[in-house]
Write a protein that binds this ligand. Structure first.
Ligand SMILES: CC(C)(COP(=O)(O)OP(=O)(O)OC[C@H]1O[C@@H](n2cnc3c(N)ncnc32)[C@H](O)[C@@H]1OP(=O)(O)O)[C@@H](O)C(=O)NCCC(=O)NCCS
Length: 194
């Protein structure tokens, strides 16, 4: 179990891909940046993000340089396991707080249209939650989502997140390790996803 930020930083440089069925979650590489910027700047994706302006290549690179120095920020690429290992989306766990055993979930997008609607976002979310609870010792994961993003809200509910309030245009949701474990356990028994 990770108990300090130095170990967390080491983990960020050495973590092996988290295996799912038909896909992996692997850490973002410099080679992914052009793809993730294209996804992020899509009209239908960026409007669901709190910072929704078009991002330039220079801004993306400077964000990347900062991201690399952060021990408590993990961005994963959702990548198909069959060759040629197509990256199809992204998901993230950040603001990891080891004192309070909490972390924020977000930056989720399925950027490849063909990969949408196949349960990949749900399975990637469940895999990341399982990793956070079991390997990082996180006890609570929270997220913010625009109230009008009904697809994402429905996805998060499906994964066991519970609403706990609103802030302006945002809807606030969270999940505890206890409720997550029973939810993920029942999913695992039902369809062996993770
Ligand atoms: C949100 C997003 C990641 C969902 O990706 P996806 O691969 O289509 O989602 P999944 O196939 O895993 O579906 C999981 C759940 O999402 C919900 N969902 C997915 N597509 C939906 C649709 N068209 N209408 C309503 N609910 C939908 C359902 O609850 C679904 O569960 P179910 O299939 O058991 O009913 C994708 O639409 C996306 O990238 N959107 C733009 C970025 C974004 O909104 N990110 C979230 C920011 S908070």
């Amino acid at each position: 179990m990770v108990n300090n930020y130095i170990s967390l930083g080491k983990m960020k440089s050495t973590l092996a891909p988290l295996p799912g069925i038909g896909y992996n979650l692997r850490l973002l590489h410099a080679e992914d940046l052009a793809t993730t910027l294209t996804w992020r700047n899509r009209e239908d994706i960026r409007h669901h993000f709190i910072k929704s302006d078009i991002i330039s290549w220079e801004q993306h690179l400077s964000w990347w340089e900062e991201y690399r120095t952060k021990n408590n920020d993990f961005i994963f690429i959702i990548e198909e396991t069959k060759k040629p290992n197509r990256p199809v989306g992204q998901v993230s766990l950040y603001n990891i707080d080891l004192e309070n055993n909490e972390a924020e979930y977000g930056r989720l997008m399925i950027g490849d249209n063909e990969a949408r609607g196949k349960g990949l976002a749900r399975r990637a979310t469940e895999l990341l939650m399982t990793w956070a609870f079991n390997s990082l010792g996180i006890k609570r994961i929270y997220l913010e989502v625009f109230k009008d993003n009904t697809v994402a809200i429905s996805l998060y509910r499906r994964c066991g997140f519970i609403s706990f309030g609103d802030r302006g245009e945002l809807h606030l949701m969270n999940i505890s390790r206890e409720s997550g474990s029973s939810m993920l356990g029942s999913i695992k028994r039902k369809d062996s996803i993770i």
